[in-house]
Write a protein that binds this ligand. Structure first.
Ligand code: GLN
Length: 251
């Protein structure tokens, strides 16, 4: 079920959370501890997006295991960013292994990741996909549930929905279309992070340096809080709110 992590805070290198911490994302790719029946390892690709400053975020995505990229340590070691989002992928059976299928997905200032699966894909999502402009469907990064979730979310964002409502509204909508969907979503624009725990593991860590949202705690230190199922996390540099998601909402 993939693993993801996002950070917001003082400028730092992603190296710690991706590679160096005892349970960094790279370790979670081959030795995850809380997959909840959704796969065993996350070796079908990885990606990271970060904010270089004046421009939109930069994304680096590759197929294959995160540990097999000989250049990654040098790349992330040379970066400093006040926000980043990274993910390792375990492809759902039947979905392709390709660079475009790896998170982060994105447009403009947004970076997005999905941990989980939409049951009955693609038929269960055909009606929702049919509401998108056809050009958006043709432009999907990959024929996967995650890429379609991103297209649906971006459609809400560009129509002006607040990102918090866009994310929780999408979870409710997809859960109705495909009951049993696992929908751990993670979204950032570099100024805020929005995440959902929907049938999968999620933890939050906050200290004076910044806020981390991760599928699994990246170390055994204090400060990690497990997010209850069917809850959303709304985080800025200064605040972390954990709120229940109302699955009955019609938005
Ligand atoms: N279903 C998505 C994919 O195949 C996400 C997979 C996952 O969370 N393991 O890309």
């Amino acid at each position: 079920m993939c693993r993801h992590v996002a950070y917001l805070g003082e400028a730092c290198s992603p190296e710690t959370l991706l590679l160096a911490a005892p349970h960094a994302l790279s370790r979670q790719s081959h030795a995850p501890t809380d997959m909840r029946g959704g796969g065993t390892v996350n070796v079908d690709g990885f990606g990271i997006g970060w904010y270089p400053g004046a421009t939109d975020p930069v994304r680096y995505r590759r197929t294959g295991p995160i540990w097999a990229d000989a250049g990654l340590a040098g790349l992330v070691g040379s970066l400093r960013s006040t926000a980043f989002l990274a993910a390792v992928r375990s492809a759902t059976p039947g979905m392709p292994v390709s660079e475009g299928a790896c998170a982060p997905f994105g447009a403009g200032q947004w970076l997005f990741s999905h941990n989980g699966v939409v049951p009955g894909w693609p038929d269960s999502m055909a009606e929702l996909a049919g509401k998108l402009p056809i050009a958006d469907v043709l432009r999907l990064d990959a024929p996967t549930d995650s890429a379609l979730l991103w297209a649906l979310l971006y459609d809400r964002l560009r129509s002006g929905q607040p990102p918090e409502a866009a994310v929780t509204g999408l979870v409710s909508e997809v859960d109705r279309a495909a009951p049993g969907a696992r929908l751990n979503l993670l979204l950032t624009d570099g100024e805020r992070m929005i995440a959902t725990a929907w049938s999968h593991a999620l933890s939050v860590h906050r200290d004076a340096t910044g806020v981390v949202i991760a599928s699994e705690p990246c170390d055994s230190g204090p400060g990690w809080t497990s997010v209850p199922d069917r809850h959303a996390v709304f985080a800025t540099r200064d605040s972390v709110d954990v709120v229940p998601i109302n699955a009955d909402r019609s938005s």
